[in-house]
Write a protein that binds this ligand. Structure first.
Ligand SMILES: NC(=O)C1=CN([C@@H]2O[C@H](COP(=O)(O)OP(=O)(O)OC[C@H]3O[C@@H](n4cnc5c(N)ncnc54)[C@H](O)[C@@H]3O)[C@@H](O)[C@H]2O)C=CC1
Ligand SMILES: O=C(O)C(=O)[C@H](O)COP(=O)(O)O
Length: 351
């Protein structure tokens, strides 16, 4: 069997090579953006990230039967083409939701600490209440915020109670945060969900946060909204046209990061493990591996306040400063991302 793996997926090297009797005879590690029809032609399986577009152009005429993406988002996979071509695929639901939760939690703490934005009793609108959105709702509630939830697919399935429409969110919220997939079309389209009309409808000059996909917010409309003070601040992790992002927008945002909200080592380890498990299930191989993120150098954090301790686990300003200094290194900053662990890897001593 021949397997092609994105060479920036951590904790995976050597595992497929050591999988029992059915050991694949060839495993090739390739940069995500360098998968070509020639490279994948004789492959049975691909293990990818968001940087590999799996479509007719890449896959037609190949032997590929299975694709695992070590991500939750799968807008880079042409699922219609895969169905037509008989190619099975899997993603990794929930793998990095704790990581995005940490990014949003730290961001909210920074809004208070750096911008004097009092969180208590403020209203936050969470768009997309899946694995990430649900965790964000819990964090916001714990910080004393009022939470409005928007998720039309869930509201249609489960009933409207507990969910809010987008119009109410634009009217009432002081913070609006996006956690939907990128749906390019259909009843639940999210492409340019926040467009000029959306920004013109805002009543409270909210802070806008996007860790979903760049195309969910029309970036030029967001820049105009910042310039015209329709919004208070923007925190942006995902961009239209990554890695060639809008530099005027980058310079205007409070925090601007290179699509790393999901990049905790915990999230990456989960994604790798889940992808390998799917691979084993598909090919009928017994899994014999264990994947755990490395232990941080310091595990005890001693600070006067809980919020300072939390920010020591992760402070997104560092990632933002690095990108603002060198936006041309967008992909490199992602590829060489340092070890970041989530809250549970640490004990806090407050006082
Ligand atoms: N910046 C980063 O590093 C990361 C980005 N993401 C992005 O965030 C998205 C959400 O992640 P998860 O919560 O793990 O996914 P999920 O699949 O668990 O949840 C997505 C939720 O969005 C809802 N939704 C779909 N269409 C909607 C619409 N039109 N309006 C409102 N809600 C809608 C779904 O019903 C679902 O509840 C992913 O699809 C991915 O694109 C996820 C992880 C890391
Ligand atoms: O899981 C997702 O969806 C994401 O957006 C990932 O955090 C992006 O991960 P990579 O494709 O850069 O591994």
């Amino acid at each position: 069997m021949r397997v092609i793996i994105d060479n920036k997926i951590p904790f995976i090297n050597g595992i497929i090579e050591s999988l029992g009797e059915e050991t694949p005879n060839e495993v090739i590690y390739v940069p995500g953006m360098k998968f070509t029809p020639e490279i994948v032609r004789d492959a049975d399986a691909l293990i990818i990230r968001t940087r590999t577009h799996c479509n007719r152009e890449l896959l037609e005429g190949s032997k590929v039967r299975f694709i695992a993406t070590a991500t939750i988002g799968f807008d880079h996979i042409d699922t219609d083409y895969c169905r037509e071509a008989g190619i099975s695929w899997t993603n990794a639901p929930g793998c990095n939701s704790g990581s995005v939760e940490q990014y949003i939690h730290s961001t909210l703490l920074l809004l208070e600490k750096v911008k004097g934005f009092v969180l208590k009793d403020k209203c936050i609108g969470v768009i997309g209440i899946g694995n990430v959105g649900s965790k964000v709702c819990r964090v916001a509630q714990e910080l004393g915020m009022r939470v409005l939830k928007n998720d039309p697919p869930r509201a249609d399935k489960e009933g409207k109670e507990g969910f809010t429409d987008l119009e109410t969110i634009t009217r009432e919220c002081d913070v609006i945060t996006f956690h939907t997939p990128l749906n390019k079309e259909g009843k639940y389209k999210t492409y340019h969900l926040a467009d000029r009309y959306f920004f013109d409808s805002l009543k409270k000059r909210p802070v806008v946060i996007n860790t979903s996909r760049g195309e969910v917010i029309e970036n030029n409309a967001l820049l105009s909204a910042l310039n015209n003070q329709l919004i208070n601040e923007a925190v942006i992790d995902v961009w239209e046209n990554e890695p060639d992002i809008n530099l005027d927008l980058l310079n205007k945002v409070f925090i601007g990061t290179p699509h790393i909200a999901g990049y905790s080592a915990d999230g990456k380890a989960n994604a790798t493990r889940m992808s390998l498990e799917s691979f084993c299930r598909f090919f009928g191989i017994s899994p014999n591996f264990e994947i755990n993120p490395p232990v941080p150098e310091i595990t005890e954090i001693i600070t006067p306040t809980e919020s300072d301790a939390y920010l020591q686990t992760y402070d997104p300003r560092k990632d933002s400063e690095a990108l603002k200094r060198h936006p041309e290194l967008f992909e490199q900053l992602r590829g060489d991302y340092p070890l970041r662990r989530e809250r549970n890897a640490f004990t806090f001593r407050i006082g």
